[in-house]
Design a protein around this ligand. Structure first.
Ligand code: NAI
Length: 784
């Protein structure tokens, strides 16, 4: 027998992890669980079974939370929050540290329980999920410790409702709970109905760690319980990880409620292999990308893009590797592929492949399948059109779709040809190519020559319909804090009533147009609106922009997207130049503001506007990203990227300062914007066109519309090519904007009935810069 024969025929004996301890833990609790509310357990109520997907056996009975249970959990969290937030950061850090230690102490129990409940291979729960959970609590113990010194302007949000999925049950719990409680919030968490057991064990270790009652509450149940949490009036923030369709519903349900929201949703992440890649490594990476956790990973590299010249060789090697993957008992340490979480999910995967796979060539690995349980073979589908359903939609199973590309440019186009934007992987031995491609990918995370790397120090989250917000790293803390901004109640500001004069006192006709794509444009509808002084004098007319004007402005903004690729140095110079040109006409602007508002604040407002332009000119080349140290052979570069096209309804009360306060941070960070001027006092904005025209601002970087805030906010929020909508209007548009934004899950930043003092530092700074940027974490190899 040759060595080759031995290798090919060698069989591994099973090496199962013992389940005794975990099963005994369940038996000790009567195999039945209530909810964990205010530090103790409720009596088990009517509920449902939690099953082992590998065997179909029932593991325990869980309770379906009622509205009263959710109420009790929220009020316990509210009560606890008052005290919890008053503890010092150090005191909170000690609790997080204690939890981290206990996760390590019970790590084997956690790992086995997770594998029994979810079906994931024990190798993964033992070596990846649970160590990352401990790491998350250690890391955030440090954040609690540093909060007062490093985040003096941040305060907790209050009570956080957290809804998590079944694919990484305990890991997602840790991503949600650790930063929340570190920053002084309390939580009501709902695990997914298929996989609640490790969350219940976690509740026990909270008791063991002596965590004050009510800081962490766990209620179990299905989506209906999730909805109760989402709709509960006494919750300040919702954090959700799960499907894009539920994420969209949650966006709509929380619209106008004032609740903060972060959504970590689905993906169809590209896995790009260039022809100079180390192919064997890229194949191993691909195994991790799509067959880790049976492909039930939101950032799974589920779309293979391989360069044409190596495609045949790559597919051949891939199929051989797929055939070698071992499917079976998840508790067996030699297993590569475990069980799909539930028969329903298995049915979905099977149906999707059967219904849509026929358009391409479907290759199922020939690995042996266990006779019973929820298992699905690793599958590769090639030859699909790029717009085919399976190329576009998340399957959430061990199914890879693959296609080829010729040039790097085409790779980027294909990679970005999706409504999602969660993660992307790039394989090449050419550092220039990798780092040229990484910024061009629409994704919140990019891995270079590696894949599916996670760490508490590096933010995780997506763009586009993959959601918004980051979890992990310094950037993740903003999801659980708010700036200590002083706000006052928003008061709608009306224009002055129509006067009697039909012509301005100097007899000149001043009819301002719109400013679209660097040119002054007549409003599409052809209608104008007169602007009157307090005394009834006619100051001039402005155009009333409509849907078509918004569309034109958004189109111009997209054409100007090259602005995002310019240097901060160049953007700074242009902002300084705008300030200089405004300064040269300061008196004219001040007089105009006085005439419009009937106040004598013009001088002060122009001075503040010039200073604000300087502020963002200063920031344009200084709001740098970070380098996150992560415990692997590499670093994560947390890069600030522009959000894209920002639509902003500008403050009514300070017509020039309001416009500049939205425009300048957007511009400084490389965004293009469509600004809607102060509705009652729009003329300072229309005069400002000339300043922009003489300041080297490229066409389309800023467009300015005048007209009705309510109408224009609708069009901007509905528009699928607008990436973010901000509202500082004195009309509270928050609910409508947030609801409409669900269409493409654009980011929103609305005032929720609160006005800010634009003259103070609350009207500028880091909060604006954060809203104008997304953080992309690019993981690159570095060091030994
Ligand atoms: P899901 O999005 O329905 O469930 C995730 C969590 O949300 C669970 O805790 C569930 O109880 C809760 N939930 C469901 N409906 C809700 C509602 N209306 N309001 C509040 N909470 C609600 O995901 P599901 O049904 O478990 O899986 C369906 C598909 O979702 C998968 O096939 C996959 O494509 C995707 N998915 C994506 C995940 C990700 O990490 N991106 C995780 C889980 C699922």
């Amino acid at each position: 027998m040759s060595i080759q024969d031995i290798f090919e025929s060698m069989d591994y004996g099973p090496a199962p992890e013992a389940a005794g301890e975990a099963l005994a833990w369940l038996v000790d609790r009567g195999d039945t669980f209530g909810h964990f509310i205010n530090g103790s357990w409720t009596a088990p109520g009517k509920g449902f079974e939690s099953r082992n997907p590998a065997t179909g056996e029932t593991l325990a009975m869980l309770s379906q939370a009622s509205a009263d249970d959710v109420d009790a959990a929220v009020s316990a969290a509210r009560k606890a929050q008052r005290k919890w937030t008053r503890l010092s950061g150090h005191e909170r850090a000690r609790y997080l540290y204690a939890i981290a230690r206990l996760v390590q102490k019970y790590s084997r129990l956690f790992a086995v329980l997770e594998t029994l409940d979810n079906g994931k291979p024990i190798r993964e729960s033992r070596d990846i999920d649970i160590p990352l959970v401990a790491r998350h609590f250690y890391y955030h113990a440090g954040m609690a410790q540093l909060m007062e010194a490093e985040l003096p302007d941040a305060e907790p949000l209050g009570v956080c409702g957290q809804i998590i999925p079944w694919n990484f049950p305990l890991l997602m719990l840790s991503w949600k709970i650790a930063p929340a409680i570190a920053m002084g919030n309390t939580v009501v968490l709902k695990p997914a109905e298929y996989t609640s057991l490790t969350a219940l064990l976690f509740a026990e270790i909270c008791q063991e760690a002596g965590l004050p009652k009510g800081v962490v509450n766990v209620v179990t149940g299905d989506g209906a319980v999730g909805e109760m949490i989402v709709n509960h009036p006494d919750i300040d923030k919702i954090a959700f990880t799960g499907s894009t369709s539920v994420g969209r519903k949650i966006r709509e349900a929380t619209a106008g409620s004032g609740k903060a929201l972060t959504l970590e949703l689905g993906g169809k992440s590209p896995y790009i292999v260039f022809d100079d890649a180390d192919i064997d490594s890229a194949i191993e990476g691909l195994v991790d990308a799509i067959w880790f956790n049976q492909g039930q990973v939101c950032c799974a590299g589920s779309r293979l893009l391989v360069q044409e010249g190596i495609a045949d060789r790559f597919y051949a090697k891939l199929k051989t590797r797929m055939d070698g993957l071992r499917i079976g008992d998840p508790l067996d340490k030699c297993i590569d592929i475990g069980a799909i979480v539930d028969p329903i999910q298995l049915e979905t995967i099977t149906r999707l492949v059967d219904e849509h796979g026929g358009e391409g060539e479907v290759y199922h690995a020939n690995s042996a399948l266990p006779e019973t349980g929820c298992f699905y073979r690793p599958t590769l589908i090639t030859g699909l059109h790029t717009s085919a359903w399976l190329m576009q939609e998340e399957i959430f199973g061990p199914v890879l779709v693959g296609t080829t590309f010729r040039t790097p440019k085409e790779a980027v186009e294909l990679a970005n040809n999706t409504r999602y934007g969660l993660a992307a992987t790039v394989w090449t031995e050419n550092i220039n190519l990798a780092l040229d491609i990484a910024p061009k990918l629409a994704a919140g995370v990019v891995w270079v020559n590696a894949t599916n790397l996670f760490d508490a120090a590096a933010g995780f989250g997506g763009v586009r319909e993959s959601g918004f917000g980051r979890e992990g790293g310094w950037e993740g803390l903003t999801a659980y804090t708010r700036p200590k901004t002083k706000t006052k109640t928003l008061a709608p500001i009306s224009p002055f009533a129509e006067g009697k004069d039909l012509a301005p006192s100097d007899g000149l006709d001043r009819t301002a147009k719109l400013f679209i794509g660097g040119k002054q444009a007549r409003p599409d509808g052809g209608y104008m609106q007169a602007i009157w002084t307090r005394q009834g004098g006619l100051l001039g007319h402005v155009g009333i922009a409509n849907r078509k004007d918004v569309r034109n402005a958004v189109e111009a903004a997209h054409k100007a997207s090259g602005w995002g690729k310019t240097t901060g140095h160049l953007r700074a110079q242009i902002l300084y130049y705008i300030a200089e040109n405004l300064s040269a006409r300061a008196k004219e602007f001040a007089d105009r503001i006085d005439a419009m508002t009937g106040k004598r604040s013009g001088n002060k407002e122009v001075e503040a506007s010039i200073s604000r332009l300087f502020t963002y000119a200063a920031w344009a080349d200084k709001y740098d990203g970070q380098v996150h140290g992560v415990p692997i052979r590499g670093v994560a570069l947390a890069m600030h990227e522009p959000v894209g096209v920002i639509g902003a309804l500008c403050a009514d009360e300070t017509p020039l300062l309001g416009l500049i306060s939205a425009m300048a941070p957007a511009m400084a960070m490389g965004n293009t914007s469509v600004l809607v001027a102060s509705q009652p006092f729009p003329l300072a904005s229309t005069d400002f066109y000339q300043v922009l025209e003489t300041s080297d601002v490229p066409d389309g970087v800023v467009s300015i519309l005048t007209g009705d805030h309510v109408e224009l906010s609708k069009t901007l929020s509905d528009h699928l090519d607008v990436d973010a909508v901000w509202s500082f209007s004195s009309t509270d548009l928050s609910a409508d904007i947030e609801k409409r934004s669900a269409g493409n899950l654009k980011r929103t930043w609305v005032n929720n009935g609160q006005a800010r003092d634009w003259f103070s530092t609350d009207g500028e700074g880091r909060e604006f810069l954060r809203q104008a940027t997304d953080v992309k974490n690019v993981w690159i190899p570095y060091g030994e």
